[in-house]
Structures are given as C-alpha cells and as structure tokens.
Design a protein around this ligand. Sequence first.
Ligand code: AKG
Length: 285
Amino acid sequence: MGKNTSPLERKFALTPDEQSSWEENGYIVRYDVFTEEENDILRRIADDIVDGKRPFPTEKIQQNALVIDGKVEASGIHAMHKIYHVSCYCPEFLARVRDRRLTDPIVDLIGPNLLSQGNLYIWKAPTIGLGFPWHQDKWYFNWQYKTDMTVGTWTAIDAADVDNGCLYVIPGSHKYGVLDHEDLEGSQQAEFKVARDAKDEDGVPVEVPAGGVVWFNNQLLHKSTHNHSDRFRRCNVAHYMSANAERVLKKQGQNVNPVMWVRGDAYSEKMEPIYRDVLPISESD
Ligand SMILES: O=C(O)CCC(=O)C(=O)O
C-alpha cells in the first residue's frame, strides 16, 4: 500500500502491536491524544451552536428523544442529542477531522488518500442521555458509498465510563460481515436501528479518559448505554473512507451527504463533489 509519506513523517502511525490488535479486534484505543484545551474549543463551539450564538443548519441539530416525546423537560445543552456534519460547517471541527493525530493511523489502514464521510458531536446529557443499540456503522454507509473498509474515530470530550454511557464493542465482530439492522421501538433516537444478532454477553466496555480516542473498523459491532450519572458524556465522532470510494447514486431529491477532503492527492471522480472548505449555511440547509 503506497502511503505517500514515510512512517517517520507520519509521527502518529500505528505501531506493530496496534496493527495486530486492529486486525484481531477491529479497534484500538490511545489515551492523551488531545488536551483539555483542545477539546474545550470543540465543546464551546458545539454549545454556542445550541445557544444560537453560532449559525448552523437547524435540521442537523437533534434533541434528545425523551425531550421530543415530552417525557422529560430540559433545555439548552441538557436537551441535546447531537449535531452532525459539523466539520462541513465549522472550520475548527474540519481542522480536527484533518488532524494528523487522528489520520496518521488511518493511512496505515486504508491508504494515503482520505475523505471524511461524516462527523457528529454527541452530548449524552446527565441522567437522560440515551444509549445507542448494537450496530455497525458500515450498515449505514453501504447505502451511500461503494468502498471497502471505512474507519471511525471516537474522541472522548469528557471521560467516558460505564456509569455515564461509554461505548461497548464486540471484539473481532468486524469479521462477521454486515448484519441485518432493524427499527427500534420506544423512546429512542429516531435514527437508531439495531443489529439483533449481536449478543450483550460478547460486549466489553471501552472506558476512555477525556482526550482519548477509539479508532474502529466500521464493521465492528458497538453500542453504548444510557447515562445514569450526573455528568455529561460528550464525544466527537469522525468517519473516514479511502478516496477510491464511489458514491452510490441516489434518487433525485434525496439528500447527499457532503464529503470533505482530508489528506492525499487522488480521488475517484465518482465521489464528486468533494469539498475542501466549509460550506456556506444556506436557507435550504
Ligand atoms: O457515543 C455513543 O454513545 C455511540 C456513538 C455511536 O455508536 C456511533 O456514532 O456510531
């Protein structure tokens, strides 16, 4: 695999141990990747978006399902579930998606030419933040792109533990193929689908201190639990694919996710348009 840069230039490249752990388990974790100050920049911007101090496409701001259902009352950031495609509209989030501390290891996995296929910031508010059911992100991406392995990064903005709803993964489940996913009943975020064949007893919690990052194969089965604590459990998630990927053509009128350039110098024409700068926020967003 050509990587355009030597391992020496890629200061944050995977170590041989990480490479074998990735192959065996489908994920790796690093601590102290980002400082508290760096995470604070993202946290402040996300909070400003919710407070209306920073423009952002309103339909990409999602409230907590319990708040929408009227089951609990909450406002401001306490009422929030997530904002998505943040890096398409905020330069600071775009810089984070392109940060070499996140992307150097990914070059070892899917090559030097990388695109970002989505970025979301999740609040998981104290006591009402809902867990995500077992799923594989690739199930969602397969509707949009034709590509091989894609890679997700999950950055802890706050420390994540079993009390406030950390991630759980099924090690090795990236080798299962993409399972069927079904709708979920009840007060869950509307976008959630569940991989019913995943077994809770196979899952292991991935507790991560603030500033730590989980890299995961998008075929890895993962979930998270509800936030039972009085602390926020915020995270920033960014997904990457090789620039060889091709867009699955959508029906007229269907939304097409904006794809941002991340690094490298080649891409498939079938991925156009690829954006290098943040997009304007228009009425139609
Ligand atoms: O952060 C979480 O609680 C779960 C996030 C997740 O599963 C995802 O973004 O696919």
